[in-house]
Design a protein. Sequence first.
Length: 149
Amino acid sequence: MTDETQTQGSRYAVVVAKWNSFVTDGLLRGAIETLKTRGMEAEVFQVPGAFELPLACQEAAKSASFDGVIALGAVIRGDTPHFDYVCSGVTHGITQASLSTGRPIAFGILTTDTVEHAIERSRDDANNKGSEAALAAIEMVELLKTIPQ
């Protein structure tokens, strides 16, 4: 178990996709509120859509200004294979960005079959996946501090 006082004052980049903003705005509120209640700072960066998240996350992760990065987006299945390509690219890109920079990038990208599923996961309640992503980022920042260099 980590000591919450160790993470107070940590700074996070929150990179959020503007596409599907009716969902991502809720994810962003959840992440910011979670960070704020734990005494952490956040700077928000907006990108056009989910596919643009990996590059912006990588650049934020390379910055010494941030202890961790939180990626937020929503990809909702449609009638074409576009969903599969975007989800695969985003997942691989964010994974690669985190591994290449050595900085945690929390994956707060919804990949849902329906609009309703996305809305359920972005509401201002205990099931908000933006909040969960923020908690994962905090936990990873703390974990990495405990690993001897």
